[in-house]
Ligand binder design. Structure first.
Ligand code: ACO
Length: 336
């Protein structure tokens, strides 16, 4: 099939109702609201309940999408991809649970690429749609990262939250749709950020851990560098210049990293979506959740060029520009 362009036509999101504030953390570890806010921009994070897992949050994000766009948004979905680092189990795939829950006649697989996993899922969905292999893909980022937190390690425990975001990716007419994306990986940095080990070490001798480990300083330097290079590359691949970008929706890990990227791109603060203050870093859920907020706030308008970028363990990164609009669900409502 020639000249098919994939675009995002529907969005939904979910954050668990349980909120943990910086003040709550002050009571259980040696930290302070002031330290967390000034170093990261985080004020609160939403945390999955003890009996709430990634599949539950993925379901809720799809239910939110259906509330907004109607059942017809799921009609014809032939592939489900769930990007997650915290599946309920290694198998069955969380995506298969979603397929069954919504009665979809669809293939299903999970995709694991740390925090940029959802952008990797978008790029995979784009390729499936544009090649004609799939007509409609449900691409979800869902994360229960707080279940991997070492609550004794204050340098990581304060950073993360849980949540989910779901989108429909299907053909749209140009100029709408997703431009060619940037995907990158540098496995030499694998030891800087890891979790969920099944008992081995890396070739460089790093012992992989069960609970989340992060070398914050090194990941910070990597993040600032790659947010800069990957965004510029994605903008160039879209045939644009930074000033053409109407909205920047970066991975929500740290406000300082977001600000550094925004400044390098020369974008005004009002062109950037920030939700890290409310949710912390919820990994694969962070960008679709932030986009859903931006949509609800009326910040994503027809024809807007939206820049997305993420980075994380692997080390890995991804970026892309999409032109918003072209969706076919006119009865969209704002979910309450
Ligand atoms: N409360 C109070 N003090 C703390 C805390 C805390 N929660 N955590 C660390 N500190 C202390 C440290 O012990 C250190 O004290 P010392 O100087 O006496 O040794 C001091 O604060 C400074 O520590 P740094 O690590 O240098 O602090 P930094 O300014 O680098 O901020 C942070 C740390 C926020 C983790 C930062 O490095 C960062 O954001 N890194 C990137 C993290 C990130 O974006 N990760 C994304 C991962 S995505 C994925 O795939 C999961």
């Amino acid at each position: 099939m020639m000249n098919v362009r994939a675009g995002i036509t529907a969005l939904g999101a979910y954050a668990p109702p349980k909120v943990v504030t910086n003040e709550d953390l002050e009571k259980i570890m040696d930290t302070s609201d002031e330290w967390i806010r000034t170093r990261t921009g985080i004020r609160r994070r939403h945390v999955a309940g003890d009996d709430e897992f990634t599949s539950d949050m993925a379901f809720r994000s799809v239910e939110d999408l259906v509330r907004r766009y109607g059942e017809e948004a799921l009609e014809g979905v032939d592939l489900v991809i769930v990007a997650t680092n915290t599946p309920d189990a290694l198998f069955p795939a969380t995506a298969s649970l979603v397929q069954h829950r919504f009665g979809l006649h669809a293939g299903a697989f999970d995709l694991l690429a740390a925090c940029p996993g959802w952008l990797y899922a978008v790029s995979a969905a784009k390729a499936y749609v544009e090649s004609g292999q799939s007509k409609k893909v449900l691409a979800i980022g869902a994360e229960a990262l707080t279940k991997l937190i070492n609550w004794e390690d204050r340098s990581t425990a304060v950073l993360f939250g849980d949540g989910a975001g779901a989108v429909i990716i299907e053909p749209v007419e140009e100029p709408y749709g997703i431009a060619p994306m940037v995907l990158g990986s540098d496995g030499a940095g694998g030891g800087l950020l890891h979790a969920g080990a099944i008992g081995r070490c890396l070739p460089d001798g790093t012992n992989l851990t069960d609970k989340l480990f992060m070398n914050g300083r090194e990941v910070y330097k990597f993040a600032v560098r790659v947010m800069d290079t990957a965004t510029l590359e994605a903008i160039e691949k879209a045939g644009l210049v930074p000033d053409d970008i109407e909205l920047f929706v970066p991975h929500q890990a740290n406000l300082r990293i977001i600000d550094a990227a925004r400044e390098r791109l020369g974008l005004a603060p009002e062109r950037v979506v920030v939700t890290v203050d409310e949710y912390g870093n919820n990994s694969t859920a962070s960008i679709p959740l932030a986009m859903t907020h931006a949509l609800d706030e009326g910040r994503m308008k027809d024809g807007d060029r939206i820049l997305l970028v993420s980075f994380g363990g692997g080390l890995s990164w991804a970026a892309g520009v999409l032109t918003w609009g072209g969706g076919r669900y006119p009865n969209r409502v704002q979910a309450g």
